[in-house]
Design a binder for this molecule. Sequence first.
Ligand code: NAP
Length: 463
Amino acid sequence: MSAFWKIAVIGSGPAGFYATGELFRQQSWSFKVDMFDRLPTPYGLVRGGVAPDHQKIKSVAKIYNRIAENKDFRFFGNVEFGKDIFRSDILEFYDLVIYAVGSPSDRSLKIPGEELPGSHSATEFVAWYNGHPDFSEHKFNLSAKNVFVIGMGNVALDVARILAKTPDELSKTDIADYALEKFYESKIENIWLVGRRGPLQAAFTPVEVREFLELKNADVMVEGGTLQLDVESQRFIETTASKDTKKNYEILKEISKNNKYKKKKRVHFLFLSSPIEILGSKCVEKIRLVRNVLVKRDDGTIYPKATGDFMEENADLIFRSIGYHGNPLPEIPFDQNSGTIPNECGQIIDKRKDKLLRTREYVTGWIKRGPTGVIGTNKQDAVETVNRMLKTIIQEKLKPMEQNDNSVFESLLKERNVDFVSFEDWKLLDEYEINNGNSQDRPRIKVTSIERILEIIQEKKRK
Ligand code: NAP
């Protein structure tokens, strides 16, 4: 009988890697992990989502590289679940599976005019400037003067900061080359960040908002009175508010003291306002907003209530940044509302079958808990999932499959003409990108088309 458990991990972002690391950490168990990703490159949002000027955050990939060095790990990039491989394949060749596919879509504002050209999701823009192959052909009007970013989370701040930076600042990052070119032509003057609630409810974190005080060529301001606190909020900040909320508020107060506007661009923080309509005949021209007041619900939550006070501003480009949303996977239960796979501590719940638990299928990361938390949050999340998996194996007296041959799945992919990328292949591309970046004093120059990535790997292998 096979002495090890074969695990398939679907998705190679932080969630997938932390789950793999956690499996390999188990002293009394033997696991072999095959990790699959739709893209030929690993690391998910670390490559395609983390802002290019946040290289320190990206260095977490070193941890994933160490996990990938384990002799019992294999990577199959350029393999899509639901197109190249299916649930039935996974259940036939693997003992257990962990879905770690993240939340690749976005949420919409559901307001008139949202579909006009010039109105985009932050998700698209972030993926575009990060060189994600699916988005490299997208077009954004950076000759716009007035840009609105809706939302007060860290993604909204990333988008606003990247728009506010000078091309020279960006040229030292690994931003996609085509995006950098467009940033050199940018005519952007005003960047508005719009939050529907107040400064104490902002979802961003202090480190991220502080960066706005350090922008070379953009002044930053808080719009008209939106830092003033009502009685309830004042009491909250003095008592129960978290350390981060207090810090955020202090930084915003520092920002609001700035009254010397000398730089080319301006970033405006506007709280207590919601977009209600995007106006324009052929494309985005204006945005209509309503001012809100804060109201406390019986359960203690604070929600924004529209007043009769409206404002209309010129807008040429709008990004909604109001949270990511998961996509369903074929044959896997899905909760459309939360955009997650229903689960109990990471074990998939099959709702259609009276909440029966699927014994061999697990989830971790954003597709498990929703798009919240920082990269490190996925580590604790993976621990919970793996613990649940081990507990189920014991409780259900599961046995590993007898077939020992680790090459069967590889043969299946070859039979299906799937041009998969191994971790060694990826390292060849990695080296190529880093070498190209060295000559320009950049961390790397990303290759942004799948076709070209595969070509480079083949060229490198022939050498
Ligand atoms: P997020 O943190 O959930 O923020 C979403 C923002 O959208 C909130 O301000 C929310 O306001 C607002 N919003 C939601 N629905 C809205 C609506 N209908 N109209 C107007 N505003 C609306 O999401 P995110 O920014 O996408 O970030 C996702 C996760 O990734 C977060 O955990 C974030 O911290 C993390 N992340 C971290 C970093 C970093 O560490 N540097 C960078 C990027 C992302 P309400 O609070 O009023 O709902």
